[in-house]
Design a protein around this ligand. Structure first.
Ligand code: NGF
Length: 292
């Protein structure tokens, strides 16, 4: 549990123009996160990894490459969730065999699964392996809003050790912190990291840490030291950056900033669009403004 606290990049994946995994670029993104962003860990196969547009073999390949490049230098969490539960179990076994420190699974989406179905999904995945599970809750993309009691029911399984909380419901977050002091809670919205840190989350998992990991750590550590106004100054700069990124195209822009820093972050997977020349110009301006 406690050894998994800290700052985790939701790992970007580099694709070539045809949408194939660019292994060299992916390795560079892993190295950049470890050496420049100085993250504590990587969250592999999440939304930021464009995971839900990939085949099972591609997901496995990404788990392999990330582990091979990171070795044991940082903690590794594998997001294995899928509405295809058999695929989720297969990926859970695969990532566990590779030595991933923990698994995570998005709440099953698209169909309106009831809580009994959601619980069965988590129990099936985690009981198939000797590993730990971090629930991936992202209601704005999945439509799944679980209550405090429902989280509590899932957390009764000791192998379910925490939650990646990508939501703006700070009332629920506070209730969770108080009721589950021993579970790991990760903040998922980078632009709301400071209030989440003040509420006592154990860490954060974010897409923007692929470029802005150093500021993210400063916000988190200052908040933990009670230096809220200093942390807020850094959150303000961070949110200027995030506003610029979101206004220009989330993953395309982070990739273009990385490219400008010499990291072969490549293209996004279709149906995500290709960055236009105008988007790339703006990303270069962001790199200059926030990172030089
Ligand atoms: O990218 C998304 C989804 N969310 C990420 C984060 O929760 C990581 C967040 O960093 C994640 O979901 C994943 O990769 O699995 C945002 O991108 C960031 O706060 C900007 O809004 O939209």
């Amino acid at each position: 549990g406690t050894r998994m606290k800290g700052i985790y990049s939701a790992l970007l994946v580099s694709f070539d123009k045809d949408g194939n995994i660019n292994e060299k670029g992916l390795r560079q993104i892993v190295r950049h996160n470890i050496e420049v962003n100085k993250v504590d860990g990587l969250y592999v196969g999440g939304s930021t990894g464009e995971n839900f547009m990939l085949s099972t073999d591609e997901k496995k390949r990404i788990f392999e490459i990330a582990k091979d490049e990171a070795k044991d230098e940082v903690k590794l969490i594998a997001q294995v969730g899928s509405v295809n539960l058999k695929e989720a179990v297969e990926l859970a076994k695969f990532a566990t065999d590779l030595g991933y420190d923990a698994l995570s699974a998005v709440t099953p989406f698209y169909y309106k699964f009831d809580f009994a179905e959601i619980k069965h999904y988590y129990e099936t995945i985690i009981n198939s392996v000797n590993n730990k599970m971090i629930i991936y809750s992202i209601p704005f993309l999945t439509g799944v809003n679980m209550s405090l009691d429902q989280f509590g029911e899932l957390f009764e399984n000791e192998k379910i050790i925490g939650v990646k909380f990508t939501a703006a419901d700070f009332y629920l977050l506070e209730r969770m912190r108080k009721r589950f002091p021993d579970k790991l809670i990760y903040a998922g919205f980078d632009e709301m990291m400071l209030p989440a840190a003040v509420l006592g989350v154990d860490g954060a998992i974010g897409s923007t840490f692929n470029v802005n990991g150093v500021r993210a750590r400063q916000i988190f550590e200052l908040a933990q030291e009670g230096k809220v106004s200093e942390a807020l100054e850094i959150q303000h700069v961070t949110n200027d950056l995030i506003t610029d990124i979101l206004g220009n195209g989330l993953y395309q822009t982070i990739k273009a900033i990385l490219e400008d820093q010499g990291v072969e972050a490549g293209y996004c997977r279709k149906p995500m669009k290709e960055a236009t020349p105008e988007m790339i110009v703006k990303a270069k301006e962001m790199n200059k403004k926030y990172f030089q």
